[in-house]
Design a protein around this ligand. Sequence first.
Ligand SMILES: [Zn+2]
Length: 175
Amino acid sequence: MITKQCDKCNKTLEFSDSYAGRRVECPDCGDVNLMPGAPAGAAGDRAQAAGLPPDSGPEKEVMVLAPANWRAHPFLMIFTLGIGTLILWFRNLGNRLYITNKRTILRSGFFSKSTTEVMHDHVRNVQVEQSFLNRIFNVGTIGISSSGQDGVEIVAHSVPRPMQVKKTIDLYRPM
Ligand SMILES: [Zn+2]
């Protein structure tokens, strides 16, 4: 419940929480009052303001990231004459990190598939881990922890543009 004194007649206005940030009419004098608080869907507005799909409406892909094996392990190529890179590429084949306007989905494995997903509304923290070399090549490890009842954790390695990924998720999650 949100309460506010009417701007004109001083009567106490009582409205349910869903009226936060919305305009209401005073039942006594008819004056239009703005109820305090942030309107529902404010997180979506932040994404929309940044030119991304809003979190309301149909689910849309915002980013799809394949592991940047070479950039995450630049010396492996040289020291193993390319064989290590090839093994890594094969092992990470089929790994994808999808970010939609509703959630983050990590699909791993080509032969045995596994999928982990976290709704943006449940994201508690997004961490980026980068070594010095990772920063030069703009790759890193992303860890997403959720506060949902399942407490899912997503850890994605060799993610290209990790800071941009974090920024994108931060636009959708409650902050
Ligand atoms: Zn009034």
